[in-house]
Design a protein around this ligand. Structure first.
Ligand code: UDP
Length: 311
């Protein structure tokens, strides 16, 4: 009999890729999403598959399923700064109540549980690059605090369930990721810059553009997550998954102008509050435990993403 996997936030950018991979591995997949930031379009290619089902559900409410479940991937949450500023309370609720409900489902089914955490748990980091043993520098009462603290709580309750109820849990700390199917209006740097460049409008670089990020192409990220999910040994400790090649936002904007052969100029705009000044994952742990590292170069990933945005 096929095993069943539940993906919360399965109609989101990353959730949909995970549903697809799990179907490919012959799992029965149940996708739960309330569609506030997820989109049915992301799972349109799966809806006809016999082993796939979508349930419109807000996981901050009880999750009741008939199936026996063996894997739970908790990816439900607004995840771009623009989205979580628009939905601050939903973000806090899905990170807290949503994680609690998803862990309850894992406990009832004795299922393996994987939490989508984030590099945002490191806040505006005082240690560079960020390894998993760095505890972070988060402003709990700032506007980004709703996401950062929700995910920090989610990690804490995941570990509590692991220690108390002996659930097989995994925590992936996801760094900046990009690729086809990102929402054009999700407000992140790459979709903003690509859509602005394609329309020959000014690229909105915040601050002086000297802040850095390290961008991972979605296929690499999903490979890393799947390896962590299916690892046969215990792996309850958090794992950074991301691409360590770091760059300044001004350079990202210039690269996108070149790749799109755009006539756009750069327009500097105010830096958002608490915008982290630098970010780069230390991926030694993932290399050691998962034998994983990213393969796709930034320019090649950007070209695929630009092609998708054009179409
Ligand atoms: N950013 C920018 N222009 C934009 C969108 C974002 O300069 O139109 C900057 C943002 O201030 C941040 C970086 O790009 O420093 C990455 O932002 P994003 O929203 O993609 O992700 P974050 O890492 O902040 O969650």
């Amino acid at each position: 009999m096929r095993e069943t996997a539940v993906v919360t936030g399965g109609a989101g950018f990353l959730g949909a890729y995970l549903c697809e991979r799990l179907i490919g591995l012959d799992f029965k997949v149940i996708c739960l999403d309330n569609l506030i930031t997820g989109r049915l379009q992301n799972i349109a290619n799966l809806s006809a598959k016999r082993n796939f089902s979508f349930i419109k559900h807000d996981v901050t409410k009880d999750i009741v399923l008939k199936d026996k479940v063996s894997l739970i991937l908790h990816f439900a949450s607004p995840a771009s700064p623009v989205d979580y500023l628009q939905y601050p309370i939903q973000t806090l609720k899905v990170g807290s109540l949503g994680t609690y409900n998803s862990l309850g489902l894992a406990r009832k089914n004795k299922a393996r549980f994987l939490l989508a955490s984030t590099s945002e748990v490191y806040g505006d980091p005082l240690v560079h690059p960020q390894a998993e043993d760095y505890w972070g520098n988060v402003n709990s009462i700032g506007p980004r605090g709703v996401y950062d603290e929700a995910k920090r709580f989610a990690e804490a309750i995941t570990m509590a369930y692991h220690r108390t109820h002996k659930i097989d849990t995994r925590i992936v700390r996801i760094f900046n990721t990009f690729g086809p199917r990102m929402r054009k209006d999700d407000g992140r740097a790459i979709p903003n810059f690509i859509s602005q460049a394609l329309e020959h409008k000014p690229l909105t670089v915040y601050g002086k553009g000297l802040q850095t990020r390290s961008f991972c192409y979605v296929d690499d990220l999903i490979d890393g997550i799947m390896k962590l999910l299916l690892l046969k040994r215990e792996a309850c400790f958090p794992m950074n998954i991301g691409n360590p090649s770091e760059m300044r936002m001004i350079d990202l904007a210039k690269t996108i102008i070149t790749l799109t052969q755009s006539k756009s100029k750069i327009r500097f705009q105010p830096l958002p509050i608490d915008d982290p000044r630098q970010r780069k994952p230390d991926i030694s742990r993932a290399k050691r435990f998962l034998k994983w590292q990213p393969k796709v170069e930034l320019k090649s990933g950007l070209s695929k993403t630009i092609a998708w945005f054009r179409s």
